[in-house]
Design a protein around this ligand. Structure first.
Ligand code: ATP
Ligand code: SF4
Ligand code: MG
Length: 331
């Protein structure tokens, strides 16, 4: 743990495998990281690298075929052994999620007010309906929606407003940790900027922590205090925002940033580098970037690199920085 920082969530050797007839798909494989109080950690990486799996796994809203191992502490409580019933008490109250498409988690035949009442009363049965409506009006006001819309249905909202409503619903109980999975990807640029600004304001107002999942380097540059780079189920680098942009150490992070033509960090789309990430089905030992890395060594193919702590708050998963590998093994 970093000195002087309160840890809200800690993952230790966190693994999520989807069990298939052909073997396990190792979507998240040995991720260790912490999220501090009131900070935003951005998670970036190519499509299929395990970002959404990690986010959904924290709420334990994965398909039945998923298996989770390791440790995930939320305010000191390990989530892995928790039953569905115990998780229902935490979801919405302590940890909540904002999805790319709010309609996937909203019931189209339920009025806006009923979504709020259901969420609030699930966690606080002692709250009366009137009190719940008051809380809902307040949360909607925080995202700039009039309480008169409480009687509408979600489909009566525009995309941007629906996302605002989703944000209001996700923060109405003041959770400690909010997971936002591509929250602005389906919105146009102007609405996207408004929603990001809103998320920033709300987060500082309710003092929650956030894991922001995105493929857009411009979004994390704007929003995140620290950035985690995922590659093929591994967290390959985790560091403060400016370190990732200006002094990245992992060859994958470096390649990602070098492949972006525009060097303005506020205007970066994640670009793609030559080749493809490996299949995660039955994947074994070794560095997963080995076939695309310009600095590959012998050891990289045989053994999974350790998480090397370069300095406080800067982790790199790469043999280049591990001092326990002899020169013979490197060559
Ligand atoms: N239900 C499932 N069964 C088997 N494999 C799955 C399942 N869901 C996801 N996967 C696989 O797990 C890996 C991680 O997927 P995930 O959706 O977490 O990636 P992602 O980083 O969020 O990608 P994107 O940027 O496209 O949203 C991928 O290889 C994907 O094919
Ligand atoms: S461990 Fe080896 S192959 Fe992997 S990124 Fe580092 S140098 Fe490249
Ligand atoms: Mg995803």
């Amino acid at each position: 743990m970093s000195a002087g920082k309160d840890v809200v969530c800690r993952m230790e050797n966190f693994r999520v495998y989807y069990m298939t007839f052909d073997g396990p798909v190792k979507a998240v494989d040995g991720v260790s990281m912490e999220v501090y109080k009131e900070e935003t950690v951005g998670l970036v990486g190519e499509s299929g690298c395990g970002k959404s799996t990690l986010g959904s796994a924290l709420l334990k809203i994965l398909p039945r075929t998923a298996r989770m191992e390791g440790r995930v502490y939320l305010e000191g409580e390990d989530l892995i052994p928790k039953s569905e019933k115990e998780m229902q008490k935490l979801r919405g109250a302590k940890i909540s999620m904002i999805f790319q498409d709010p309609m996937t988690s909203l019931n189209p035949i339920m009025k806006v007010k009923d979504h709020f009442i259901e969420t609030i009363k699930t966690h606080k049965p002692e709250v009366s309906e009137d009190q719940a409506l008051e809380m809902a009006s307040k949360a909607l006001a925080e995202v700039g929606i009039s309480e008169s819309r409480l009687n509408d249905y979600p489909f009566q909202f525009s995309g941007g407003m629906r996302q605002r409503m989703m944000i209001a619903l996700s923060i109405v109980l003041r959770p400690t940790l909010v997971i936002a999975d591509e929250p602005t990807t389906s919105l146009d640029v102007i609405v996207q900027a408004q929603i990001l600004q809103l998320m920033k304001e709300i987060q500082s107002h309710i003092r929650s922590s956030m894991i922001l999942i995105t493929h857009d380097l411009g979004v994390v540059a704007e929003m995140a205090h620290r950035i985690g780079v995922m590659y093929a189920g591994h967290l390959v680098e985790l560091a403060p925002r400016d370190t990732i942009y200006y002094k990245p150490l992992h060859p994958y992070t470096q390649a990602l940033l070098e492949s972006v033509p525009n060097t303005d960090i506020n205007d970066m789309e994640l670009s793609y580098i030559d080749g493809y990430p490996p299949s995660l089905l039955n994947i074994g030992e070794g560095c997963r970037f080995v076939d695309r890395c310009p600095k590959t060594m012998k050891v990289c193919r045989d053994r999974t690199p350790p998480d090397v702590e370069i300095k406080e708050d800067h982790m790199v998963k790469c043999w280049l920085y591990a001092d326990n590998v002899g020169e013979v093994e490197r060559s």
